[in-house]
Design a protein around this ligand. Structure first.
Ligand SMILES: NC(=O)c1ccc[n+]([C@@H]2O[C@H](COP(=O)([O-])OP(=O)(O)OC[C@H]3O[C@@H](n4cnc5c(N)ncnc54)[C@H](O)[C@@H]3O)[C@@H](O)[C@H]2O)c1
Length: 354
């Protein structure tokens, strides 16, 4: 009996509308090739364009509408004319929080055929995961302004670090490391941030004790960013708070080539709620509408979605197809030094599916 997965597709803004269809093309082809499952898509036009017409990124019952889906496949949100905090807090953050997608997982892998901006790095030299806490930390809505517009004006923003929140993201990182090279590095700043970060370190040490076979290291975020550039081969799994993880998970993809190929997952590991898969990049207004965006980040995020759904064979065949096309050297989009369109690259990856 063939399984059907209900997928909510939210292309969003800008190049999201160009790369999501290519992701769907490859996912559909992978489902046909592997058999045993089908994908039932429902499209939502939730976006900044919708915000400008209706005053909301998504309808009031948006979260309830998504609840019954097996997964969410998102492009990107954000566009000039709508402040970025509106698009983020009006759509992405509520989905991540209400569905307890407390893991933001971003693989960082240097692939054959992609040039790293770092001198002398070869495919295989860089291969690690950034595990970012995705529900609390520095990204909290607690705070406000006092005496606005006067010379006593002040802004306050609270960080929230709970034992439950720290422990579960750290356990996820350690579990992932047990299946890999058994090393977890933690991003901290306990020298400067004297309440939350020593607490983060304390929980990291406590959870680390549960995994005696996994080696650990902790770095202050400032030197850690330098190590990402100078010694990316040191890392296997890197765990960080919401803010530090956010920064590291853009820096990671940057050291392995184009941001256009980097995938990501917002994961509810217990599978009590739908998880959401989206590329690391944003809506790229500078190239939107031209059909030249690289669709690989979106396609690879689709592979992560299939993996999460348990369709591991189809997921790895998509990853292999991406690797084959990149290693062949063409077609390539402009960010990788070629002239191909978004569609041409999507079609080539579809054709390369084994
Ligand atoms: N998760 C999300 O939805 C998300 C993430 C990041 C940024 N954003 C939003 O996107 C908008 C633009 O943000 P930004 O400019 O900081 O980041 P961006 O990732 O959209 O673009 C950064 C640069 O990378 C290029 N680029 C990005 N994706 C590419 C692709 N697939 N192929 C080729 N080139 C690509 C762009 O052309 C641009 O020069 C903002 O509104 C921001 O809030 C959304």
């Amino acid at each position: 009996m063939s399984k059907t997965y209900r997928i909510a597709a939210i292309p969003g803004d800008g190049i999201g509308n160009e790369v999501v269809p290519e992701g769907q093309r490859v996912l559909e082809a992978a489902a046909r090739k592997h058999g045993g499952f089908r994908l039932d898509w429902t499209h939502f036009d939730w976006s900044c364009e919708r915000f400008l017409k209706t005053g909301r990124m998504m309808p009031e019952d948006g979260i309830d509408r998504l609840r019954g889906f097996d997964a969410i496949y998102l492009g990107a949100v954000g566009f000039p004319g709508v402040p970025d905090h509106v698009s983020l807090w009006g759509l992405l953050i509520p989905i991540r929080r209400d569905f307890h997608q407390y893991i933001n997982l971003r693989p960082v892998r240097l692939l054959d055929g992609v040039e790293s901006p770092l001198k002398g790095r070869k495919p295989g030299d860089i291969d690690f995961y950034v595990v970012r806490e995705n529900n609390e930390g520095e990204y909290s809505s607690i705070g406000g302004r006092l005496y606005a517009g006067t010379d006593m004006e002040m802004a306050l923003q609270q960080s929230v670090f709970t034992r439950r929140g720290c422990d579960r993201v750290m356990r996820y990182a350690f579990e992932l490391a047990t299946k890999r090279r058994k090393h977890v590095a933690s991003a901290t700043k306990s020298n400067g941030i004297i309440h939350t970060m020593p607490y983060w370190d304390e929980r990291f040490a406590a959870i680390g004790k549960e995994y005696p076979d996994v080696r650990t290291e902790q770095y202050h975020i400032d030197i850690l960013t330098a190590h990402f550039v100078r010694n990316p081969d040191w890392f296997d799994v890197v765990v960080g708070s919401n803010l530090f993880g956010d920064i590291l998970s853009d820096l990671g993809p940057a050291v392995v080539g184009s941001i256009g190929i980097a995938p990501g997952g917002n994961i509810n590991p217990e599978k009590e709620h739908p998880s959401m898969f989206e590329p690391v990049h944003g809506s790229a207004p500078d190239i939107a509408g031209k059909g030249i965006a690289n669709p690989i980040g979106q396609i690879w995020s689709g592979a992560m979605m299939l993996e999460h759904l348990g369709e591991t064979a189809a997921a790895s065949s998509i990853e292999r197809a991406i690797e084959t096309v990149l290693a062949a050297g063409e077609p390539r989009t402009r960010d990788l030094g070629g002239t191909a369109s978004t569609k041409e690259l999507g079609e080539a990856i579809t054709a390369a599916l084994g």
